[in-house]
Design a protein around this ligand. Structure first.
Ligand code: S5P
Length: 265
């Protein structure tokens, strides 16, 4: 069992620069909400990013689903990240050999490494994927999350797969600062991986395509995760984006304060 530390305490002692920036931001802005903006039009993506900006620590993108992607979109997203004080996480889920992911991360139309503070990778190809991404991302001060567990029904990310993924992260802590997972992954008091958790919803339990939702309370208090990732729960109703982001921010932060309180008691 780990000694409990606040986001602020962790920011002070974390060895990974990207993790430090994120934890400082969460403490400063009092939010552990990441919004996943999975929309296909540039204008809509920018409008949602602007509306949720004040409430999030991280804005998560799937840049390859945007029909009218251009360089200006990236520049505007970077500007919004500065204005509202959030980090950008391109959810690219790299899954190839090291040499290929180097190009996918740094080159092509999207040049992800040039603008996305955080990205993520599957561990299925083995450790070379981390080294390849690290060659490109570390000199730019970027950070990587490994997909240790997925939220969807029937996911194969369990048992030895998850254990091995954590072991890989442990060997690359200068670049890998945490996981996409459904529970806390630290095994000793020295470890401080950040766990960002998708599959979060307050109103529904699933989406008919395998997604499974838990509440912010279940994720933060019961499972000890750090950041809630919410997509359709926030942007699903276009008239309520701001209200829903405030609602999820409040729920996520209340859950975090409850966890702090439990550990003080
Ligand atoms: O296991 C996972 C990992 C990820 S990154 N399950 C997920 O749902 N995600 C992503 O989180 C997914 O790609 C989507 O962008 C977001 C969840 O969206 P929602 O609309 O279901 O909240």
């Amino acid at each position: 069992m780990n000694t409990f530390k606040t986001y602020g305490d962790r920011a002070k002692s974390h060895s990974n620069a990207c993790a430090r920036s994120l934890l400082e931001l969460m403490e400063r802005k009092q939010t552990n909400l990441s919004v996943a903006v999975d929309v296909t039009k540039k204008a809509e993506l920018l409008s949602i990013a602007n509306a949720v900006g004040p409430y999030v620590c991280v804005l998560k993108t799937h840049i390859d689903i945007v029909d009218d992607f251009d360089q200006d979109l990236v520049e505007q997203l970077e500007q919004l990240a500065k204005t509202h004080d959030f980090m950008i996480f391109e959810d690219r889920k790299f899954a190839d050999i090291g040499n290929t992911v180097k190009h996918q991360y740094g080159n092509g139309i999207y040049k992800i490494a040039s603008w996305s503070h955080i990205t993520n990778a599957h561990t299925v190809p083995g450790e070379g994927i981390i080294q390849g991404l690290k060659d490109v991302g570390l000199p730019l001060g970027r950070g990587l999350l490994l997909l240790a567990e997925m939220s969807s029904k029937g996911a194969l990310t369990k048992g030895d797969y998850t254990t091995e993924s954590v072991a890989m992260a442990r060997r690359h802590q200068d670049f890998v600062f945490g996981f996409i997972a459904q529970q806390q992954m630290n095994q000793t008091d020295d470890e401080d991986f950040i766990v960002m958790t998708p599959g979060v919803g307050l109103d529904v339990k699933g989406d008919g395509l395998g997604q499974q939702y838990r509440t912010p309370h279940q994720v933060i208090v019961d499972s000890g995760c750090d950041v809630i990732i919410v997509g359709r729960g926030v942007y699903g109703n276009p008239d309520q984006v701001q209200q829903q982001s405030a609602r999820y921010r409040d729920a996520g932060w209340a859950a975090y304060l409850e966890r702090c309180q439990q550990h003080k008691a």
